[in-house]
Design a protein around this ligand. Structure first.
Ligand code: ATP
Ligand code: MG
Length: 423
């Protein structure tokens, strides 16, 4: 009955399914694609996840004749990737995995039945499948009902599920926030009890899940859950957090801070939790770009709105976009009175409409400076360029003529130690 209202299983899965059926194997569409079809929304990812009773060697044998590419990195875990008619497929042998108590690496056991495979998945809403040939829906744990009732539940007992894979606590936050779901009571209590299990999960994985949560337009439901359950405190490096009630309004405000800027939200999270961003970046193995971004968002000091040289210096040193993102952080955490932030933002946007960072840089290149000063390459060239920048910061952009004249004066004023010069 349900499948009548569902869209067709996306190509080329039905064609692949027929090949599997002819060889005596099952093939089901699984995971987020099924959930998103039931919700009537398009999937975030274009990948098609399929599950089968065929073992990896058989999957490969069946898919290779119609695939333009295959990849086998996941073969040990039962997954074969393939591109078929331009679509990427991941085909995974049914699992009946169990976990070592001190690791989240599943000890993979291949299984023979779909139901067991679905029972090992994170939430009932992600534990549904569709026969790729007939389109029939398989929903042994009431995923459709939970989507209708807006409930987040695990297929098996939550204390087992979260204990098996503590990362699911963060996934719970993400799905609840994304789909506006309520946490099943037992799930909430289990998360509270098992929060410390997250210590076995690698920093990269924690970062990736939290990042996905923070990229949602409104992460509030999820953040409140992990904050209250004590999960966030462990996720951020086992640090004590203030009461959620003291930050609730900031978290709610995230939804009104367009466009979604996850670095701004990470920065706000550092401020709200009191977590040191350098330690956090290291413990979550953030990329260098993210580290630098976060550090700048948290350490850039905004000048007063009427300090025009200060505004120019900021533009020169930090670029056009970053200071406005710093304002967004301040707004979220209520660090500055709102009118101070607004005045700065007005003044800075006015500056941006008048000048670019490039125009504050020296209009003369290094070669020309060397020629004008009659010097060879060396630190003096850098100092001369810095002097010209400094003049532009104080008085506004220089024309080439003004720059040449300024260099002459600078050269005359001192040929040795050059007092008064600013770097
Ligand atoms: P999205 O649309 O955000 O990609 P998704 O449901 O497809 O959501 P994925 O992380 O791509 O999420 O995972 C695909 C499927 O694999 C999930 O729907 C779920 O069935 C299963 N899964 C993923 N991670 C886990 C996990 N940690 N524990 C159990 N099942 C998981
Ligand atoms: Mg997915």
């Amino acid at each position: 009955m349900q499948q009548n209202r569902l869209p067709g299983v996306p190509a080329p899965a039905p064609e692949v399914g027929k090949r599997f059926a002819a060889a005596g194997f099952e093939l089901f569409l699984v995971g987020g694609a099924v959930r998103d079809q039931i919700l009537g929304s398009s999937s975030d990812s274009e990948d098609i996840d399929l599950a089968t009773d065929a073992r990896p060697a058989d999957i490969l044998r069946l898919i290779e004749p119609i695939a333009t590419a295959t990849w086998r990195q996941g073969e040990r875990f039962g997954t074969i990737g393939a591109t078929v008619h331009g679509r990427e497929l991941e085909i995974t042998t049914y699992r009946s995995e169990s976990y070592e108590p001190d690791s989240r690496k599943p000890v993979v056991g291949f299984g023979d039945d779909l139901r067991t495979d679905l029972s090992r998945r994170d939430f009932t809403i992600n534990a549904m499948a569709r026969d790729v040939v007939s389109g029939a829906l398989v929903d042994p744990f009431g995923g459709v009902e939970d989507l209708v009732e807006k409930r987040l539940r695990t297929p098996l007992a939550p204390e087992i599920s979260l204990d098996d894979d503590p990362l699911r606590m963060l996934r719970a936050a993400r799905f609840a926030a994304r789909l506006s779901l309520q946490f099943d009571r037992d799930l909430l209590e289990s998360a509270r009890r098992l929060a410390r299990r997250l210590l076995i999960v690698s920093g990269e994985r924690i970062f990736a899940e939290l990042e996905r949560l923070l990229l949602l337009p409104d992460p509030e439901i999820g953040l409140r859950f992990i904050w209250d359950a004590g999960v966030l405190s462990v996720a951020l490096g086992d640090v004590p957090l203030p009461e959620y009630s003291s930050v609730a309004s900031s978290v709610v405000a995230m939804r009104a801070e367009p466009p979604v800027d996850s670095a701004v939200r990470w920065a706000a999270l550092c401020r709200l939790t009191g977590v040191d961003e350098v330690r956090l970046a290291a413990s979550l193995r953030m990329s260098t770009v993210r580290r630098v971004e976060l550090h700048r968002l948290l350490t850039t000091v905004l000048p007063d709105a009427d300090d025009t040289p200060g505004l120019r210096r900021l533009l020169l040193d930090r670029g056009a976009g970053l200071p406005l993102r710093v304002v967004a952080v301040h707004r979220l955490v209520g660090a500055e009175p709102d009118d101070a932030s607004a005045a700065f933002e007005d003044a800075y946007r006015r500056l941006l409409s008048e000048v670019t960072a490039d125009r504050l840089r020296s209009p003369l290149g290094g070669g020309e400076v060397m020629e004008l000063l009659g010097v060879a390459q060396g630190p003096i060239v850098g100092r001369a360029l810095a002097h010209l920048e400094d003049l532009a910061v104080r008085h506004g952009p220089l024309s080439e003529d003004q720059a040449r004249a300024a260099l002459d004066r600078w050269n005359d004023s001192s040929s040795g130690s050059r007092p008064g010069e600013n770097t």
